[in-house]
Design a binder for this molecule. Structure first.
Ligand code: IMP
Ligand code: MG
Length: 501
């Protein structure tokens, strides 16, 4: 069963990350768009995502616009669905950038019911995260959590409100009223600082002593509405009409393990980024999806922000360093850890080495991504949401590794703990991860060690040329997860893909 057979009979395909995001879905979506998809739709998340696409020497990073946009001129339709937390500022910036580069976006559609992100959401997100108390998530600060909170509290705005100035002004006013108790409790200088950040208009919305300049916000949002008006549509109706008739590609954001419903809660994002949330977010039922392609990195994982990560290289030291706001960055690491490499005997430094080699720095926040070995207990859990077709990405990152470790089970090392009918005790073996931080933080990973392949894979074009060690690892993962690896990506370039036959 090769990739063309896999795609042949499919009308709707979803590309979803099986890990904590950043597995290279953007590249896969761009590639599938080039020869397969007619419509590319996003249904979850917002500008917290960062999808990177390399085209020749040029690298494009989109946060909100679907990764199929580079094919707009070929008549492909890109859709931002109802489930997306839509920040019009970011959308306008991305569209302006496309215009500057001469890339068309004439076919972009934005759901009139997408959830509207407001400056208050960004401010609140940042206020909560800057609070030094326990319980920080390490969010991207893009207002995602507060925007979805408003939606579920039934006080949110939708994109259509941008088009009706009076309704817009009234709803924004009411929304702020509901939030004022939070802002009144906060440190005024902190609010002032947050509101002067470029993401919040560099002080444009700040009113000394009065927190928010409501009329400045309303004016700005009206302007966004004028700019975006021609793109705003009933995308649910459109998708329903096209389903089964056109080739639809659903572009996941984040990953299964960050899903609000199925991820490592509470260290998750605020939308259901599994295929179920994705389908719902574009107005389809998941039964309409013919094929789900689950994406994971070969053979490591990354995580941005806080939360348990049993196979993390360097453990707590890595978590602390990567979340050391304002300090840890790509440039800083290049400087102070210039020697760290993928074979470093020190685990923390080996993690830095893999990060540098894989360019694992957040595209949205610039934070170093925590790195660790592939965790099969987590993947066995995650597999429940994607099925049996897997794409492996970034194989070339571990090319120089002497040894590759794969975690195949955990040993539970914590106090007695109830999980439903099961009582976990010290020494209990776990094969399928239990996504509860009380359990996860006491899981000691047990590894199987594989010889590395120690040869460059980035110019390999067919699967028979893959090094024996890589074939062994793929076979191992296929067996352990009961999946079929249909494709392996070996570099950021559009064509650096190996289709397995
Ligand atoms: P939020 O989505 O900004 O609320 O952040 C919640 C958590 O999800 C944080 O740990 C973020 O680092 C993480 N997160 C959100 N979006 C992404 C993404 O696109 N890639 C990786 N992590 C993400
Ligand atoms: Mg990303």
């Amino acid at each position: 069963m090769d990739m063309s057979c896999v795609l042949q009979d499919a009308s709707t395909v979803a590309v979803v990350c099986m890990q904590w995001g950043d597995t290279g879905k953007g590249k896969i979506v761009d590639w599938l768009t080039s020869f397969w998809a007619d419509i590319i739709a996003r249904g979850t998340g917002g500008a917290n995502a960062g999808h990177t696409i390399k085209l020749g020497e040029e690298e494009y990073v989109f946060h909100l616009i679907p990764s199929g946009i580079l094919h707009d001129c070929e008549g492909k339709i890109n859709v931002i669905g109802t489930g997306v937390a839509f920040d019009p500022k970011i959308a306008c910036e991305e569209l302006n950038l496309l215009e500057k580069k001469g890339i068309s976006h004439n076919q972009l559609m934005i759901s009139f019911q997408a959830k509207l992100v407001l400056p208050f959401h960004l401010a609140l997100d940042r206020l909560l995260e800057s609070n030094a108390s326990e319980g920080k998530i390490g969010t991207t600060g893009k207002g995602i959590g507060p925007a979805y909170e408003d939606h579920y509290a039934r006080i949110g705005l939708v994109v259509n409100d941008l088009l009706n100035p009076d309704v817009l002004a009234e709803k924004i006013g009411k929304n702020l009223e509901r939030k004022m108790p939070y802002f009144r409790q906060a440190d005024l200088s902190l609010i002032e600082e947050i509101l002067h950040h470029p993401d919040l208009g560099s002080g444009k919305f700040y009113q000394p002593g009065g927190y928010f300049d409501l009329s400045a916000i309303v004016d700005q949002y009206r302007e966004y509405g004028e700019f975006l008006q021609s793109m705003i549509r009933d995308t649910d109706a459109y998708m329903e009409g096209m389903s089964g008739r056109k080739k639809i590609l659903l572009e996941g954001a984040q990953g299964n393990l960050l899903s609000i419903d199925h991820g490592t809660y509470p260290y998750v994002t605020s939308s259901d980024c599994t295929v179920y949330g994705l389908a719902r977010g574009v107005g389809l039922t998941s039964s309409r999806i013919d094929l789900v392609l689950g994406v994971m990195k070969a053979f490591y994982m990354t995580r941005v922000g806080k939360g348990p990560f049993p196979t993390e290289l360097g453990g707590i030291k890595s978590e602390e360093w990567c979340n050391y706001a304002g300090w840890a960055s790509k440039e800083r690491e290049a400087e102070i850890y210039s020697e760290a490499g993928v074979n470093d005997a020190n685990e923390f430094l080996q993690g830095v080495g893999i990060r540098k080699r894989g360019d694992e720095y957040g595209r949205t926040t610039g934070r170093p991504r925590r790195t660790g070995w592939l965790d099969l207990p987590l993947m066995r859990y995650s597999r429940m949401f994607t099925g049996n077709c897997v794409i492996l990405t970034k194989l070339d990152v571990l090319d120089e590794c002497e040894r590759v470790r794969v975690c195949y089970a955990y040993e539970y090392t914590g106090p007695d703990y109830h999980v439903g009918r099961i009582k976990l005790r010290n020494g209990h073996m776990i094969g399928v991860a239990i996504p509860d931080p009380e359990v996860m933080r006491h899981c000691r990973p047990i590894y199987r060690i594989f010889e590395g392949w120690k040869t460059s894979t980035s110019s390999i074009v067919c699967s028979s040329q893959l090094p024996l060690q890589v074939k062994k690892l793929i076979a191992y993962i296929e067996q352990e997860l009961s999946v079929r690896v249909v494709m392996v990506s070996v570099g950021a370039g559009r064509d650096q893909n190996i289709i397995r036959d």
